[in-house]
Design a protein around this ligand. Structure first.
Ligand SMILES: Nc1c(NC[C@H](O)[C@H](O)[C@H](O)CO)[nH]c(=O)[nH]c1=O
Ligand SMILES: CC(=O)[C@@H](O)COP(=O)(O)O
Length: 161
C-alpha cells in the first residue's frame, strides 16, 4: 500500500502498549531541518500522547542522515528502550541521493541486527520537497507519528521476549 492510501498519523490508542515506563532516544538529522523538525514534533507528540514522560525522551542532533548511523549506535548505548532515527533525504542532481539512502538504510538495519535496542527507520527518501512536506505533517500525515508508535510496539516486544 502506498503512503497516498494511508494516513501516517492515524493510530488506535487501544492497540498501543502502555509506554509510561519506557525511555526513548531520538536522533535527528539537521539536513532539511524544516522537514526533520516536523517529523520530530510528530514523534514527540505521539510519545507524550501515549504516556511517555518528557524527561524520558532524549534528543541528539547529527549533521545529516548518513550520520544517523553513528548517532543511533551511540544512542543504543544509553539506557533507552528504543531509538528513532529521523532524517529527510531529497533527490538532487546527482546519484548522491542513492548512496545516502542506501547507506543509511543498511546502516540502521545493521544496528538492529547487531545490538539489542531497536532502531526505528524514520527517514524520508523523497523525490522532491513537496513529497517531504506531505509526509511530515501534511496531507499524508506524519511519518514521525508512525515511527513513535512503532518504537513503543518494538520496546514492548523487546521487554516481553
Ligand atoms: N543531501 C542530503 C544529505 N547529505 C549529507 C549526508 O547525509 C552526510 O551528512 C554527508 O554526506 C556527510 O557525511 N543528507 C540528508 O540528510 N539529506 C539530504 O538530502
Ligand atoms: C541526497 C543528496 O545528497 C542530494 O540532495 C545532494 O544534492 P546533489 O545530488 O544535487 O549534489
Amino acid at each position: 500500500m502506498a503512503t497516498a492510501n494511508k494516513n501516517l498519523s492515524e493510530y488506535d490508542k487501544a492497540t498501543i502498549p502502555n509506554a509510561s515506563n519506557f525511555r526513548f532516544g531520538i536522533v535527528v538529522s539537521e539536513w532539511n531541518d524544516t522537514i526533520t523538525e516536523g517529523l520530530y514534533k510528530g514523534a514527540y507528540d505521539a510519545l507524550i500522547d501515549n504516556g511517555v514522560e518528557a524527561q524520558n525522551i532524549i534528543r541528539w542532533d547529527v549533521p545529516g542522515s548518513f550520520e544517523l548511523i553513528y548517532g543511533c549506535k551511540k544512542m543504543q548505548e544509553q539506557m533507552v528502550n528504543a531509538v528513532i532515527a529521523i532524517g529527510s533525504v531529497i533527490q538532487g542532481e546527482t546519484k548522491h541521493f542513492d548512496f545516502v539512502c542506501e547507506g543509511v538504510t543498511q546502516g540502521i538495519k545493521d544496528l538492529n541486527v547487531l545490538h539489542e535496542t531497536p532502531v526505528i527507520f524514520c527517514v524520508l527518501t523523497d523525490n522532491n520537497m513537496q513529497q517531504s512536506i506531505e509526509r511530515s505533517g501534511g496531507i499524508h500525515g506524519n511519518k514521525g507519528t508512525e515511527a513513535a508508535i512503532a518504537a513503543i510496539k518494538m520496546a514492548k516486544l523487546r521487554q516481553d521476549h
